[in-house]
Design a protein around this ligand. Sequence first.
Ligand code: FAD
Length: 408
Amino acid sequence: MKLHTGHYYWPSEMPPVPQYPTLTEELKCEVLIVGGGIGGALSAHLLAEQGVDTILVERGQIAGGSSLASTGLLQYASDKTLTSCINTFGEEPAVHFYRLSQQALETLKQISAELKEAERLTERSSVYLASSEQDAQKLKEEFETLQRFGFPAEWWTPETINEKFPFQYPGAIYTPGDAELNPFAFIHGILCRVKEQGVRVFEHSPVHGHEQADGGRIRWHCGEGSVSAKHVIWATGYETQQFKKESGATLTASYAIVTEQVNKEQIWYENSLIWETARPYLYMRTTRDGRIIAGGLDEPLPPDGLQEGREIHQSKMLLEELHRLFPEYQSLSCEYAWGAVFGETRDGLPYIGPHPDFPGVYFLEGYGGNGTVCNTIAAEMIVDTLTGTPRKDMAMFSLTRTTRPNPK
Ligand SMILES: Cc1cc2nc3c(=O)[nH]c(=O)nc-3n(C[C@H](O)[C@H](O)[C@H](O)COP(=O)(O)OP(=O)(O)OC[C@H]3O[C@@H](n4cnc5c(N)ncnc54)[C@H](O)[C@@H]3O)c2cc1C
């Protein structure tokens, strides 16, 4: 599947990009991780911390999948509001999911603290704008729900918004403690560190088959070599949809631009992460080197996949939106633009855990706009389970779920 197209920004922020060997031998390990994106990297980190003998194999380049297309916003709030989660799943599972997201954000901050400066995340506040009067009522209700369960949030009136930003909106939720990162640098940072802890990392080594091996192990053919492993974490992102019979996810096309440099330390209020209730939505953030990232304008994925060049059209629209919201930046042009496949599950929760058709394999599918946070929840649950602390709440995210999730 073609995952993205265009001109990407993240690698330009961290030359030279580390390289990893190709697998040519027959190896053995406790846990094999398939996929070198954020999900694979986080799993490798958590396994390395527990001293588990681990190998990670990536089909192409490390961090070259959907993680390269991510705009790197990290928030405890999901695309599906807590109020909406409560309506769909009931209070206890919904609040549990939001608490897991909050904890996952803290885990990401802890991991970041161990990385080199250029690879670390930056803490940011978020501003979630109500795109219409009707949405403002719903967003106010969401604010009250967040408050009721102790999640950090403030309600902003149109006057408060207008004091801080040049635009008019009928209401917003302000949340402190979120973050932004360069996903490409973050993944390479993690993998360089886990290599020092003994994890073996290979790129250009696709898994292309498997067979039963001795001692209940499975031998996975990867590139020109193979890995015999007790357990497998399957972290192949949206491509996992291609081989399971119940996909449970919808794939769309999403777009992002990065502007030229603004030459200002504070580009807007607290350089916060800005998003809105309208769908398809528009969101914005800033970068360390003083640029603006704008993303969104999702549209259905054509049956023959992502259209090359479509990002040029969408980038003009994203830039117009940016100029409309920030007239001060009218003269800013766009230096990078890309389009990418984007996946969301039908009920808004990630898919995590085993599948009856694939014994010994744990799937990690942290889909949605908050994919990094969901991938962190998934990596923590799977690694806990593999290292002797079974996570009963993993059933909430079951790949074969048909009923209301139950965190007990
Ligand atoms: C435009 C856009 C913006 C986004 N913005 C955000 C954001 O702001 N915040 C956020 O949290 N999320 C965001 N996301 C979502 C985020 O990008 C994904 O949730 C995340 O990158 C998925 O990571 P992953 O590791 O699961 O998948 P990937 O990064 O795709 O990694 C999977 C890897 O598996 C490899 N692979 C596949 N098959 C095989 C095989 N057979 N053998 C070996 N390797 C294989 C692939 O090559 C790939 O590198 C965004 C997504 C898009 C498209």
